[in-house]
Design a protein around this ligand. Structure first.
Ligand code: HEC
Length: 126
């Protein structure tokens, strides 16, 4: 029985691996999200409106791609929701920076970073 469970577990992992490879979200996209998100945080802390607006706009585009990916993949409502929320937060950041509301921008950026981890916990295989 134990062997059977192990065997089934391995199959499930393999199937999951293959399906990610087939319709996997681009790791290049994620790397760009990571880099841009880091840049955004530092630009917000420097109160650099221009640079942080550029970063936030890029992130809005990239999260829109993540959202589309999970919509098309199907059966991932939480991921769609997290991508959408992240996208909306980066749009908010643009407005907060334009209004020089740095504290609100910082808080929104913190939530965006938290969303990365939440999504990875559920949807990123090792
Ligand atoms: C809606 C879900 C979701 C959100 C939000 C999300 N990610 Fe990801 N991320 C994934 C998935 C799924 C993978 C795994 C892709 C794979 O390996 O096939 C991943 C992989 C990654 C990787 C590894 C890429 C590689 O080269 O293997 C990095 C880095 C990353 N994400 C950074 C981020 C950062 C930073 C954020 C937030 C600013 C973020 N992600 C937000 C779903 C998400």
């Amino acid at each position: 029985m134990r062997k059977l469970i192990l065997f089934l577990g391995t199959c499930a992992a393999l199937v999951a691996g293959i399906s990610w490879a087939d319709v996997g979200i681009s790791t290049d996209l994620m790397q760009s999200i990571e880099d841009t998100n880091k840049s955004l945080s530092s630009n917000i802390s420097l109160n650099d409106v221009k640079a942080s607006t550029a970063d936030a706009n890029e992130l809005t585009d990239m999260f829109a791609q993540v959202e589309t990916f999970f919509v098309q993949k199907g059966d991932a409502p939480d991921a769609v929701d997290l991508a959408k929320k992240s996208k909306e937060l980066t749009m908010d950041i643009v407005n907060y920076m334009a209004a020089k509301n740095y504290e609100a921008a910082t808080n929104a950026a913190t939530t965006v970073s938290r969303n990365c981890r939440t999504c990875h916990t559920f949807y990123k295989k090792e």
